[in-house]
Design a protein around this ligand. Structure first.
Ligand code: ADP
Ligand code: MG
Length: 366
């Protein structure tokens, strides 16, 4: 087994926030931006609101903070809450009445999972737990027993096992344990963005450690967001995000299981039960946070040969993938938007055309 065979040193830490930049030449005036640091699902979220009255910005920020607290409680994979109650019911072969927001999120997750060909599948919570990722700190110690991993993978927990009766959710497979970590951040930022807009905030950015949703612009400039270099402290490039755009990166450099000096990523292939290898970073530029987040996870699982088909099937066309040997692959739509960091890209970027979608028709009417 070759775990993430990193040939260059991988850095950790929340560079995403530090790298959010607002373009050149800030005027020497009072900062017109309202800054707030919020917290959801173990991640700090930086909210910047531009050009709003101070009181309006404060009130809107407080509402977003309260929303994140609710979502953290309702959607958390291992702390007590609504999702935990649903998981307990499923394990006993029963069903649980969720609120409409969670039922909708699960339906969306099932649809995204189908489009990904099962590479994104939030039903694999028991596997994620077995690998030790249901802790706030990175797992340590012994590897999970390979036979236990294989046995759990063989029970094939899948989103397609879920059954919906309105907002009442059950599963035909008691091995299903829901862990929304692959797309909950995106869904949470989407809800927060909609809330800000409903409160009359026209220009804002939500940045969860490099996963970013943009509302409007930063005055007469676009919000500019950097994509982190997974190997050295710095950025591979930056993108000016248009109003309504989102940029999500799944990285294997922050949360991993380390054993005998080898690293195992927190993204798991639902089919084998083993963490993904070879891909260290996938960035997706899109207009929907939950889809971009799910796609970044799915494309990490798909790996360097299968990802173009999966991207086409999931309906995302702007993708940057960085493999463990430093290879950079990008779609034409991504390379058209990605401005290299000073000094150019760390490697020549290989352009990859996406094929026509194949799975779309099969999953359309979920
Ligand atoms: P990040 O949290 O770094 O943005 P991801 O969006 O890729 O990374 O989410 C990884 C999380 O998603 C894991 O911690 C786990 O909770 C969950 N997960 C792992 N593998 C999968 C998978 N194949 N499909 C869906 N969710 C997954
Ligand atoms: Mg994701």
């Amino acid at each position: 087994m070759t775990p993430l065979g990193l040939r260059r040193t991988v850095i950790a830490g929340g560079l995403g926030i530090a790298l959010l930049c607002f373009g050149a030449g800030r005027a020497a005036q009072p900062d017109p931006d309202h800054h707030e640091t919020l917290y959801v699902f173990g991640t700090l979220v930086e909210l910047v609101i531009h050009g709003a009255e101070d009181s309006a910005a404060r009130e809107a920020s407080a509402e977003v903070g309260a929303l994140f607290q609710t979502l953290h409680r309702d959607w958390h994979a291992w702390e007590a809450g609504e999702l935990g109650e649903l998981n307990a019911a499923i394990a006993e072969g029963g069903a649980f009445r969720t609120d409409a927001r969670l039922a909708d999120l699960l339906r969306e997750g099932a649809a995204l999972s189908c489009l990904s060909g099962g590479r994104f599948d939030p039903a694999i919570g028991a596997l994620v737990a077995l690998w030790g990722f249901h802790e706030d700190s990175p797992p340590e110690g012994e590897m999970p027993d390979a036979a236990a991993v294989a046995a759990l993978a063989a029970r094939a927990p899948r989103m397609s096992d879920l059954r919906f009766d309105g907002d009442t959710v059950g599963s035909v497979n008691p091995a299903v344990q829901l862990d929304l970590g692959g797309y909950a951040k995106g869904a949470a930022l989407d809800l927060a963005g909609a809330l800000l807009q409903a409160r009359g905030i026209g220009d804002a950015v939500l940045n969860a450690g490099g996963d970013v949703n943009v509302i409007g612009s930063h005055g007469d400039r676009a919000w500019r967001v950097a994509i982190r270099d997974p190997f050295v402290w710095g950025a591979v490039g930056a993108i000016s995000l248009a109003p309504g755009e989102v940029l999500y990166t799944s990285g294997n450099y922050e949360r991993f299981f380390e054993h005998d000096g080898a690293r195992f990523a927190h993204i798991i292939d639902p089919r084998s039960g083993w963490p993904v290898q070879e891909i260290v970073s996938v960035s997706v530029l899109d207009t929907d946070g939950s889809r971009a987040d799910a796609a970044a996870t799915a494309l990490s699982v798909a790996g360097r040969h299968e990802w173009p088909q999966v991207a086409a099937d999931m309906g995302v066309d702007s993708v940057l993938m960085i493999a463990d040997d430093g290879t950079m692959l990008a779609t034409p739509a991504m390379i058209a938007r990605l401005e290299p960091a000073a000094g150019g890209f760390p490697q020549a970027v290989e352009i990859v055309q996406l094929p026509p979608p194949s799975a779309g028709a099969r999953c359309a009417e979920d």
